[in-house]
Structure formats: structure tokens, C-alpha cells
Design a binder for this molecule. Structure first.
Ligand code: AMP
Length: 182
């Protein structure tokens, strides 16, 4: 087991999720312990657990926002269960029509995120999701884009939170919901 569990359905759900997280040392660069969630996404029961557990935390959000790229997998699944639409926040150069963009630092390197045009309108309530919350730089950039567009970010959901990197603090006061911690 490589991750701790947070939730109530420990027998059939979240405990099983934790067992599907694979640690990959030194990827994509030396010193990074990469959390490979692809076996978890490939497992039908685990994917359903992720969607159900995070959808239960979406509350009254109007839209789920997934961060490229693994956040798209989480976001679409969660939105479908929660009964909302889904908006992809993408890396630079991918979107044909961009509403806003911002640059930010990663645990490794730096990047730019872009918000698609004609998706988020002022007053919209957004719940942001990603696969892993590390330093929180990516999440904070997504929040900045959404708030700049006039949306209210009502929560942030992640499958796995790397607690030592304190991403939760960087996102404060936005409430963070993590299914697993490591
Ligand atoms: P951060 O901006 O530091 O919170 O990094 C979050 C983003 O980078 C997420 O989109 C993750 O997919 C990815 N990421 C960062 N660190 C890791 C890690 N140790 N294992 C897997 N993905 C990571």
C-alpha cells in the first residue's frame, strides 16, 4: 500500500484505490516520486469509486473543471455522476479559442494553463479536479483563471494529495477534498 485512505467505504472502495497507485521513482526527473494512477483509471470499480466519491463533494457547483491531462479523466467522470458539465483547463497552445491564460510553477518545471472561451461565465460556481495535488501551483493557476473569469471556485478535488508539499495551504481558503494521501 502506497497511500492512505480518507472516506467511509473502506472495504469496497477507497482502500482498493490506494492499492492501485504505483510509485515510480525518478520520473520524469531525478528525485521525483511519480504517482502512476493509470492502473487505477483502467479499473472499472476504482474509476466508479473515484467518480462517486468526488461527485459527493461537488455540492451545488454548476460545473466541474478538469486540469490537463489526467484531470480530464477525473473531471468527466465526476461531472457525469454529479450532473454538471465539464470544462477542460488546458496547457498552452491546445485550445482553438482562449478566454484567459496564466503561467505557474510545477513540482518539476513550469507551464501555462488556458481557459477555453464560452465555457465559464461570471457567477458560475466551479469545482476543480485533478489527479494529484502536489505543490498546488497547477490548482492555484486554474483557480486564478476561473476567478478572473468571474467564477466562484467552491472546492478542489484530487484523487491523491502529497501532503508534504502543502498544496492545500496554497489553495486556501478553497476547501480541498482528497480521496487518498501520501
Ligand atoms: P502541482 O502543481 O505541484 O500541485 O502538481 C500537480 C500536477 O502535476 C498534477 O497535474 C499532477 O498530475 C502532476 N504531478 C505533480 N507531482 C506529481 C507526482 N509526484 N506524481 C504524479 N503526478 C504529479
Amino acid at each position: 500500500m502506497t497511500a492512505a485512505v480518507h472516506g467511509t467505504d473502506e472495504d469496497g472502495g477507497l482502500t482498493r484505490l490506494a492499492g492501485l497507485v504505483v510509485d515510480v521513482p525518478d520520473h520524469p526527473s531525478p528525485g521525483i516520486l511519480f504517482k502512476d494512477l493509470t492502473p487505477l483509471f483502467a479499473d472499472a470499480q476504482a474509476l466508479a469509486t473515484v467518480a462517486t466519491e468526488l461527485a459527493a463533494r461537488v455540492g451545488d457547483a454548476d460545473v466541474v473543471v478538469g486540469i490537463e491531462a489526467r484531470g480530464f479523466l477525473v473531471g468527466a467522470a465526476v461531472a457525469l455522476v454529479a450532473g454538471t458539465g465539464v470544462v477542460p483547463v488546458r496547457k498552452a497552445g491546445k485550445l482553438p479559442r482562449v478566454a484567459a491564460s496564466t503561467s505557474y510553477d510545477l513540482e518539476y518545471g513550469s507551464a501555462t494553463l488556458e481557459l477555453p472561451a464560452d465555457t465559464v461565465v461570471p457567477g458560475m460556481r466551479a469545482f476543480v479536479v485533478d489527479d494529484v495535488l502536489a505543490t498546488g501551483g497547477t490548482g492555484a493557476a486554474a483557480v486564478e483563471l476561473l476567478q478572473g473569469a468571474g467564477a466562484q471556485v467552491v472546492g478542489f478535488g484530487a484523487l491523491l494529495e502529497l501532503t508534504a508539499l502543502a498544496g492545500r495551504d496554497r489553495l486556501a481558503p478553497i476547501e480541498v477534498h482528497a480521496l487518498l494521501t501520501a
